[in-house]
Write a protein that binds this ligand. Structure first.
Ligand SMILES: [Mn+2]
Length: 335
């Protein structure tokens, strides 16, 4: 599948609604989808965007292919006003603006997975996922948004997830610099990881250090969950936090300063304590780290796909590539 880079569409004008639909259509075609499936994706994007245009302030659509492939996610996020009656808004055909569109009810009907949270005075976040029939619509416990610097098409942030024999490995790369040169480094890192994803974490870092020699290098973090135990290993300024259902946020110690491919210190593996129901948040420095100072209860209770979008929308640093990955901790019986 293509690198899961997120398309951002600001819904600041009625014409952006149509644009959201055509981006969904072209993403669908890039995934090799049929005309009818691409049309469904366009309808979902158009309805979500139309909703933002009519009712919301600072609405944004995030749109991306989802691993392991054959799936697409369309996220709508805004800064308010939030919905008074979510159940009513989800009624098929309900529309306060008096349009003929099927509204959120249609989105829920068309998408394989639909998750929405709203709070009056705060705003609304919704994720709609579509997939090729018979294929999973991504992992409901996984959220991601990966954006290049505002105005660039590509960037130095990249991520990848691998599941092999019950071992799940997530890697997040932030290559130095921006644009195409940084994107090449990020792609190289993803290729190196793909070759042997389940080797011990320090060896993942060592292989990346070797593979990125003669490049400008990158900050890298690798997270692994195996038999309910999660470990983290990183170099450079990628953050790892655990958001618990009770609203507490724990910080996993940052990796030592350094640049993978250039001057990498000895990688240190750290245990990540993540109680059932908690969410692990990994993000690059294109997200303002001060979000942990006073997060709202609304934010902290969001399911992983919505948390990634809400964090990005509220705390993104537009002059840097920014990535948020959110990984829900599976309940013990799922392990
Ligand atoms: Mn960065």
């Amino acid at each position: 599948m293509p690198q899961p880079l997120t398309e951002q569409i600001r819904i600041d004008h009625e014409s952006a609604v149509q644009h959201a639909g055509s981006v969904a259509r072209s993403t669908a075609f890039s995934l090799g989808w049929s005309d009818s499936l691409a049309e469904r994706a366009a309808v979902v994007a158009g309805e979500l965007a139309g909703n933002l245009a009519k009712h919301a302030s600072q609405g944004v659509i995030y749109l991306q292919p989802l691993p392991p492939g054959d799936a697409m996610e369309i996220i709508a996020v805004d800064r308010g006003p939030g919905m008074l009656d979510l159940a009513l808004c989800l009624t098929d055909g309900y529309s306060t603006a008096g349009t003929l569109g099927g509204g959120l009810g249609a989105v829920r009907r068309i998408a394989q997975e639909f998750t929405i949270r709203t709070e009056r005075g705060t705003g609304t976040v919704a994720s709609a996922r579509l997939a090729v029939p018979g294929r999973p619509a991504g992992d409901p416990g996984l959220g991601a948004v990966c954006l290049p610097v505002e105005g660039e098409r590509v960037g130095g942030d990249a991520w990848r997830i691998d599941e092999t024999d019950g071992v799940r490995t997530v890697v997040l790369v932030d290559a130095l610099g921006h644009g195409e040169t940084a994107a090449e480094v990020a792609r190289a890192a993803v290729r190196v990881h793909r070759r042997d994803p389940s080797r011990p974490l320090p060896e993942v870092l060592t292989a990346l250090n070797k593979g990125l020699r003669h490049t400008r290098g990158a900050a890298v973090a690798v997270l692994r969950t195996e038999r309910g135990r999660t470990e983290w290993c990183g170099v450079g300024n990628i953050r790892c936090r655990v958001v618990s259902p009770d609203g507490t946020i724990a910080s996993v110690a940052s990796g030592p300063p350094g640049v993978v491919g250039w001057n990498m210190p000895r990688p240190m593996v750290r245990r990540v304590e993540s109680p059932p129901g908690s969410t692990i948040v990994l993000h690059s420095d294109g997200i303002d780290d001060r979000w942990i100072r006073s997060p709202s209860p609304f934010l902290l209770r969001l399911p992983p796909p919505l948390l990634a979008a809400a964090l990005t929308h509220a705390h993104r640093i537009a002059r840097d590539d920014s990535t948020v990955l959110t990984i829900g901790t599976r309940r013990t019986h799922d392990l």
